[in-house]
Design a binder for this molecule. Structure first.
Ligand code: GDP
Ligand code: MG
Length: 314
C-alpha cells in the first residue's frame, strides 16, 4: 500500500463517546480537550442533560466528542431519557472513552458500566480521571484496583486530570490512534455542534446549580425565549449595543420559585450576573440578560415539555 503518498489517506476521524458515572468529570474533560468551555460542569451530579458534541481538530485527525449524561439508575422520566440517551450514544460512535474516578476505589456503578461496554464490540480506552487527587504513594494501588475491575479486557488504561490538563495530550494521541481513517467532518474552527441558544440556556442552568441546593437543581430547566442584537441608538437603555437575552427558568414548585428569586430578588440577581459574565465570554461582546421564573408542576414527567426543552425520546 502506498497510503503515505497522500496525506488525506492518513487523516483519521470519528466519534468518541465519553462514558462514566455522573460526576467523574466527563464534561470538564470535554472542555479541557477542546480548550474552551462548551459543556457545563458542576459539583452536583447529573448536570449534563443534553447530548453535546464537541469537536477537536488536530493536524492529523478530527474527533467528535460526545458528552453524555452519566449512566445511573433512573428515578423518573427525565432520568430514563438521560440513560436512554447515554446508551444510544454508545451505539453511534467509533470509540468509547470510559472515564473512571481514579481518586476513589471502583464502585458498583463502574462495574455496571464495564459490563455494559463488554457487550458492545467497540474499542474502549479507559482513563482514570482526577489523578491530581491521588497522592503519589497511592498511585500503584489506585491503578491496580482498576486493573482488577477491568480484569481480562485489553482496553488501554491511562491517567489524566481534566482540571489541570495533566495527561490530556497523551490521551488525545491515544484516542487518535484508535480512530478509523476518514475525512474531516466539520470545519476545523468549529468546536461545538449545538446552537448558541442551547449553550446560553446551559450557562444559566449552571449558575442555578452553583447557587442552589438540594431539591432545586434537578427541578430546573431553562428556555431561551429571545436573543436579539440591540442597535446603538440615542435613547438611553441598558440594552443598547448589547446582545439581549430573554430567558425563563422553569421550576416544579412555588417554593422553588421563591428560593430562585431570593430575598428582594437577590438570588436571581446573583444567578443572572454569573450567567451574563459567562455569556459575554461565549458571545465575545456585552450581554443584557433578563430572567423570568415560572412554575410548571411536574415538567420532568411530561413528555411534551421534555421534548420542548430538547430532551428527546428515543
Ligand atoms: P460529569 O458529571 O462526569 O460531567 O462531571 P463534571 O465534569 O460536571 O465534573 C464534576 C466535578 O468534578 C466538578 O466539580 C469538576 O470540577 C470536578 N472534576 C472534574 N475533573 C476533575 C479532575 O481531574 N480533578 C479534580 N480535582 N476535579 C475534577
Ligand atoms: Mg456532565
Amino acid at each position: 500500500m502506498d497510503s503515505l503518498s497522500n496525506p488525506s489517506d492518513t487523516f483519521r476521524s470519528g466519534f468518541v463517546a465519553l462514558i462514566g458515572r455522573p460526576n467523574v468529570g466527563k464534561s470538564t474533560l470535554v472542555n479541557q480537550l477542546v480548550g474552551e468551555k462548551v459543556a457545563i460542569t458542576s459539583p452536583v451530579a447529573q448536570t449534563t442533560r443534553n447530548r453535546l458534541r464537541a469537536i477537536l481538530t488536530t493536524p492529523k485527525a478530527q474527533m467528535v466528542l460526545v458528552d453524555t449524561p452519566g449512566i445511573h439508575k433512573p428515578h423518573h422520566l427525565l432520568g430514563e431519557r438521560l440513560v436512554q440517551s447515554a446508551r444510544a450514544a454508545i451505539g453511534e460512535v467509533d470509540l468509547v472513552l470510559l472515564l473512571l474516578e481514579g481518586c476513589e476505589p471502583p464502585g458498583r456503578g463502574d462495574a455496571f458500566i464495564v459490563q455494559l461496554l463488554r457487550q458492545q464490540q467497540l474499542p474502549v480506552l479507559v482513563a482514570l480521571n482526577k489523578w491530581d487527587r491521588v497522592s503519589e504513594t497511592q498511585h500503584d494501588q489506585a491503578e491496580e484496583a482498576y486493573r482488577q475491575l477491568l480484569a481480562d479486557s485489553s482496553w488501554p488504561l491511562m491517567r489524566c486530570s481534566a482540571t489541570s490538563g495533566e495527561g490530556c495530550n497523551g490521551l488525545i494521541e491515544a484516542l487518535v490512534e484508535q480512530l478509523p481513517q476518514g475525512p474531516q467532518l466539520y470545519p476545523p474552527e468549529m468546536i461545538c455542534d449545538q446552537p448558541e441558544r442551547v449553550l446560553l440556556a446551559e450557562l444559566i442552568r449552571e449558575q442555578v446549580l452553583l447557587h442552589t441546593r438540594e431539591e432545586v437543581p434537578h427541578s430546573v430547566a431553562v428556555s431561551i425565549d429571545r436573543v436579539e442584537e440591540m442597535p446603538v441608538s440615542n435613547k438611553r437603555s441598558a440594552r443598547q449595543g448589547r446582545t439581549a437575552v430573554l430567558a425563563t427558568v422553569l421550576v416544579e414548585r412555588k417554593s422553588q420559585k421563591g428560593i430562585l428569586i431570593g430575598k428582594g430578588g437577590s438570588m436571581l440577581k446573583t444567578i443572572g450576573q454569573g450567567a451574563r459574565l459567562q455569556m459575554q465570554t461565549l458571545i465575545d461582546g456585552p450581554v443584557y440578560l433578563e430572567l423570568f421564573v415560572k412554575v410548571v408542576p411536574d415538567w420532568r414527567c411530561k413528555p411534551a415539555r421534555l421534548a420542548e426543552l430538547g430532551y428527546e425520546g428515543k
